[in-house]
Ligand binder design. Sequence first.
Ligand code: SAH
Length: 239
Amino acid sequence: MSAMDEFTSEKPGVVKLHQWEKGWQKSKDAGKNPPFHVNDVHPMLSKHLEQLTGGRSGLKFLFPLCGKAVDMKWLADQGHTIVGVEGVEDGVRQFFQEAAIQPTVTDEPSVNGKLYQGMEGRISIYICDYFNFTSSVKGQFDAIWDRGAFVAINEVDREKYIQLMKTLLKPDGRCLMEVMNYDPSLFPGPPHNVPEDELKQLVGGDYDMTLVETLDRSEEKWFSLPWIKTAYYLIKATN
Ligand code: SAH
């Protein structure tokens, strides 16, 4: 049994949005948080925040596939503006409830979904398929925290995802991304194994991609894998 069993799909490694919805529901029924959720501010975000912001304040942050990451509230409390995108509405309801923020909820035809807003508009979360969230919806971003997002999408969508990310970043914008490294013959994901070469190729020559840190997570026995690492990359346009 792995921690992600409630997210298991019919086809190994491919998970559609309705299956994520079921996974959220199963965790809730069991009185638990989803297996990917981190209860506190992500240590790698707080550690590398300065590199992500470039020391600037009042930034516009994007959280793709945001779940109910508490990092959103943490950054909003520091004066940044947060935009999240999440396909499962109940996860977003839980975020606002646990953060003790009363959201306003409206229909959002531009993404074929809904919009939850709180803290005087400093936190906006769109409920929709991420691929509906183009730069025409909310413009471009100074910073993207990509945690559990690129590794969560289906592998066939990787190129589309990175292209979208590039259009969502301002010319001087930066993205901090967490990926997993493990033997994919032993576990289909999500979260998926992302080889550095593949990511480099997708990101392309117009962007710098710097390895910020690698953590050996083998002791945590995630998904019963004999070894697993997380790697953190800073991605920004070359000037
Ligand atoms: N970033 C969050 C959640 C990671 S898990 C965290 O770190 O805790 C991936 C999340 O993406 C899940 O909440 C899932 O419901 C959502 N998701 C998966 N596919 C999606 C899609 N196509 N569009 C929007 N959200 C999606």
